[in-house]
Design a protein around this ligand. Structure first.
Ligand code: ATP
Length: 721
């Protein structure tokens, strides 16, 4: 065995040296070509191509590949295929690249092959290719040095099944403050999502830590490779919950050699598109209402503002109202630019209702007014004298202006205010349509709009109005949209986004068990899948969790089963760590602070690079930070306004930890005084516990909620050491 390993290592080392020498040679050749700085367009394009290649080769030179697959296609010969983040061609024309891009069709074998099959196959442009896999090998190279060779499958060994050993080794590493790419260990179920066809709305339900965010980012890189002539990076967008999260994921795409993809929150994108330079209502206030109301979370029904304004019922109401405006758009009466000249209303109606019917309302109005202007100019030419011309011109200009003012103003925000009767000017909205708005929604929205307060939940309606009034240009349509943490999106939000993307090309991912914003998000995935025709949507479930140790996952599953009453349980990768620790505070307020401080210091004193204390509320986090910072100066407070995630030691409210991960986590105040026994409290606790990779401590004062009482001794312990 040892000799096998040595010979494998030697074989890989000599192959690596040969590869590096070849890449070096190619790079030197390219660097030897003088950089073109002239004005010839063709030369500029060629130079851009050379520069791209120079950069790719320089990157590849450090870690040319991470995997090897020995494959025999049909009755051909067995060949080793080396798979890397960037493909590298052989300098001489050969029959296969020296390094194959991980996104190439044949590379999918490296991910989909799970051992044991008689034949393996992959989908190539020319059809299904079948063959035999002899070897699947992981190769770790850092800065040109071969560090590790691990076979996950070898047909000649007595261990035929694909082993998880390399994956477990990778998962055991400590993390810094950024999400990383996983090209060397993408799992078969993740690969299917990454490589799914472009024109489909993929809906992915994945347990915490199943790699949803990571998979979505790899999918973008795949789409750009596979459909390079049909999609472009700057027409792709990722929507994520906040700026800190965007910062946290911002390294993955550049690592995969893909740049220029837009990354935004829904609110930022919507406000920019609407041209609204208004701050949205303080989200913290909404969060405080739902998360910090004494006595527990207020009841959530379909008629709370977030749910109603995010519903398809509200979307239809807006469509009906805007189409009812059609009949009341053209002002009453004929148009008379001066005495004796009349443009009959009939003619104007004909232009509006027939000739310009295909255009959206705002454009129709614009075109009709332009036509009226042309008509006036024709009429002016008939003036009997220069004095009459002057007089008519003056009158016509005034009357044209006042006629234009009689039209409705097609501005989404104004119409929205009219709809909620928050402004005096009537909008001609049909009463019967508006009677469907629940009284509480009407009242709170009216009061907000009167004060010029817009909330995030108002944005889908405003965007939809903008769309109906103006339509959008081809340039404003995306090639693909990723929605992360999609359980917090409303159906209306997704339906509006569908108007802004070509071919329903979506990757929508989330976890209903983490649906802590249920006052605005979806309660089941059917709410979203029903927006699309069955052939345009596909559903995937990811059940394996890669982030945390087995102990943490089992413990979190207990919360799901007993607290959330959900059966979306996570399946752990067999990676064992320390048991989850449940620790009571020392007595009194000072004891609470001391316990948390000792806990943090003990965890941070180990190998862990990122450690977080998660509190129930922002106020708790701020208070605790104040108490702990004098003794632990490098402790960061994370509040909603943070734009960058710095890693290290942090204290933050649990609801802001969504999407992030830390080597070790302390859930503070895990007692009934802070977390109730309701499903929603359990979801919040689930989010907190599943942020931990290696170590989870639960600290409390009074009795803990029942869903934390886990009887499994091998996964839970109490006491400090
Ligand atoms: N195939 C894989 N190989 C190695 N690591 C992986 C793999 N899949 C996921 N991971 C790791 O698991 C962790 C969780 O991934 P990610 O944050 O993408 O999951 P998620 O499903 O979006 O999580 P959550 O919903 O809990 O925020 C990350 O550290 C990621 O690198």
């Amino acid at each position: 065995m040892e000799t096998d390993f040595q010979s494998a290592y030697q074989e890989e080392e000599s192959r690596l040296n040969a590869t590096i020498a070849e890449i070096d040679r190619q790079l030197e050749r390219l660097r030897g070509i003088p950089v073109y700085t002239g004005h010839d367009f063709t030369e500029q394009v060629l130079e851009a191509g050379r520069e791209e290649k120079r950069q790719a080769l320089a990157k590849s030179l450090q870690e040319p590949y991470f995997g090897r697959l020995d494959f025999q296609e049909g009755s051909g010969e067995r060949k080793p295929l080396y798979i890397g983040k960037i493909g590298v061609d052989q300098a001489e024309v050969g029959d296969q690249p020296m390094v194959i891009d991980w996104r190439a069709p044949v590379a999918s074998l490296f991910y989909s092959f799970t051992g044991g099959e008689e034949t393996a196959s992959y989908e190539a442009p020319e059809g299904i290719i079948e063959g035999l896999v002899y070897l699947k090998r992981n190769v770790v190279i850092r800065k040109q040095i071969l560090e590790r060779v691990a076979d996950t499958y070898n047909s000649e060994s007595d261990q035929p099944a694909v082993s998880d050993e390399f994956l477990v080794y990778r998962l055991g590493e400590n993390k810094d403050n950024r999400l990383r790419d996983i090209v060397s260990t993408i799992q078969a179920e993740q690969d299917r999502i990454i490589r799914a066809a472009r024109n489909t709305a993929l809906i992915i339900q994945g347990v915490a830590g199943s790699g949803k965010t990571t998979v979505a980012l790899h999918r973008l890189a795949f789409l750009l490779y596979q459909y390079k002539d049909q999609v472009s990076a700057d027409k792709m967008i990722i929507f994520a919950p906040n700026h800190m999260f965007l910062d946290y994921i911002s390294d993955v795409l550049p690592e995969l050699g893909v740049g220029d993809i837009q990354q935004s929150t829904f609110a930022d994108w919507a406000l920019q598109l609407l041209g609204l330079d208004l701050p949205l209502a303080d989200n913290e206030e909404t969060l405080r209402y739902w998360f910090e109301t004494p006595g527990g979370m207020p009841e959530i029904t379909d008629n709370v503002p977030g749910r109603f304004k995010g519903s398809i019922v509200f979307m239809q109401m807006i469509r009906d109202c805007l189409s009812s405006m059609e009949s009341s758009s053209v002002p009453p009466g004929d148009f008379m630019p001066w005495e004796g000249a009349t443009l009959a209303r009939e003619t104007i109606l004909h232009w509006f209702n027939e000739e310009y019917k295909p255009y959206p309302l705002a454009k129709r109005k614009e075109r009709v007014m332009a036509r009226i202007h042309r008509w006036i100019e024709m009429e002016l030419k008939k003036s009997p004298s220069a004095a009459a011309l002057k007089d008519r011109k003056k009158k016509a200009a005034q009357r044209e202006k006042s006629y234009a003012n009689k039209w409705p103003k097609y501005e989404p925000l104004l119409l929205y205010k009219q709809m909620f009767k928050a402004v005096k000017t009537a909008g001609g909205w049909p009463e019967e349509a508006l009677s469907g708005i629940p009284a509480a929604v009407l009242k709170s929205t009216q009061s907000d709009l009167k004060k010029d307060i817009i909330r995030e939940e108002d944005l889908p309606a405003l965007l939809y109005m903008h769309y109906l009034l103006n339509d959008i240009t081809g340039g404003q349509r995306f090639d693909h949209i990723v929605i992360d943490e999609a359980q917090d999106f409303s159906p209306f939000q997704v339906a509006v986004l569908d108007l802004f993307v070509r071919g329903h090309s979506f990757t929508i991912l989330g976890d209903l068990s983490q649906g802590i914003h249920a006052y605005r998000g979806v309660h089941s995935w059917e709410e979203m899948s029903s927006l699309f025709a069955p052939e345009s949507t596909a559903y995937f479930a990811l059940t394996r969790s890669y982030r945390s140790t087995m102990e943490i996952i089992e413990f979190a599953n207990g919360i799901l089963e007993n607290g959330v009453k959900s059966d979306l349980l996570a399946v752990p990768v067999f990676r064992s760590g320390n048991p989850v620790r449940i620790l009571p505070y020392q007595t009194g307020e000072a004891g609470r602070v001391r316990s948390l401080q000792e806990g943090l210091q003990q965890l941070a004193g180990g190998d862990y690079r990122t450690v977080a204390i998660l509190t129930r509320t922002l106020a708790d986090a701020a208070w605790l930070h104040e108490q702990l910072a004098p003794g632990i100066p490098d402790l960061h407070l994370i509040d909603g306004g943070k734009k960058a995630y710095e890693g290290g030691l942090s204290v933050l409210p649990v609801y802001l930890s969504k999407g992030l991960e830390f080597d070790a986590v302390i859930v503070a105040d895990a007692d009934l005084a802070h977390y109730g026994d309701q499903a929603w409290d359990a979801k919040l606790m689930y989010v907190g516990c599943t942020r931990a990779l290696h170590e989870l401590w639960i600290m409390h004062e009074d009795a803990v909620p029942q869903y934390l009482n886990n009887p499994q001794e091998d996964i839970v312990t109490s006491g400090w050491k």
